[in-house]
Design a protein. Structure first.
Ligand SMILES: C[S@@+](CC[C@H](N)C(=O)[O-])C[C@H]1O[C@@H](n2cnc3c(N)ncnc32)[C@H](O)[C@@H]1O
Length: 207
């Protein structure tokens, strides 16, 4: 069964990406060390994670102009920090502006299978927890209209708790407003295929 690492490495190879950013690391051996790319950095406020930048994603995005002399763009950004819809929305919007043309954003934990794994704030420090990332991801526009033609710009690959892949660029998102309205677990559970634009790995790699 494929993992987030396989997906990220697949996209790096497919598009010839060179610069990778990971938000939320925990332990670099789990994913970060296995990413095969020319240049990579990661961010995590927990010293145990041994991240390149020991700080929250908000602090990182606020300061990254000075870190990178205002020039750095990333080709692929993996968002896997604080798993609340509110924080993921911030991380996503900040990432859009650090993304190079033709770049991709990956979001982890988009497809929770049980409501009990989605309670915010996290009820217990251990055990399965995906937070309510799904609430934000459900609102990302799945297509963008370019020259009158609808083009897909977001899929959730049905692997490893659901890995969202956005490749619409800045333009793709700025033309849309997130759909408003409250999404209940029941609504999500019934309509997850459509809300996430779920796709199986074998179909995704043929796109
Ligand atoms: C699920 S783990 C990351 C796992 C890792 N990306 C992987 O693929 O194995 C989530 C991490 O996000 C970190 N985190 C929590 N709040 C954060 C924030 N505001 N900004 C960045 N990272 C955060 C936590 O310290 C934790 O190490």
């Amino acid at each position: 069964m494929q993992t987030r690492t396989d997906l990220i490495n697949f996209l790096i190879k497919k598009h010839g990406y060179k610069r990778y950013l990971e938000i939320g690391v925990q332990n670099t051996a789990q994913n970060f060390d296995k990413i095969e790319v020319e240049y990579k950095v990661c961010v995590d406020p927990d010293p145990k994670a041994k991240a390149s930048y020991l700080m929250t994603s908000d602090e990182f995005f606020e300061n990254c102009k000075s870190f990178f002399m205002n020039e750095m763009k990333f080709d692929i950004i993996f968002i896997d920090g604080m798993h609340t819809a509110e924080q993921v929305k911030k991380d996503f919007e900040n990432s859009i502006y650090l993304l190079s043309e033709g770049g991709s954003i990956i979001l982890h934990d988009c497809n929770p299978l049980k409501e009990e794994y989605t309670i915010v704030p996290r009820p217990k420090p251990t055990g399965n927890w995906h937070g309510d990332v799904y609430k934000f991801v459900s609102r990302i526009p799945k297509t963008n209209i370019i020259s009158g033609i609808p083009k897909n710009q977001f899929y959730t690959v049905n692997i490893d708790c659901g890995c969202g892949v956005y490749f619409g660029g800045i333009d793709g998102i700025s033309r849309h407003r997130y759909k408003s309205g409250l999404l209940t677990w029941q609504m999500f559970d019934k309509n997850r295929n459509e809300l996430l634009n779920l796709i199986e790995w074998d179909d995704f790699i043929k796109l």
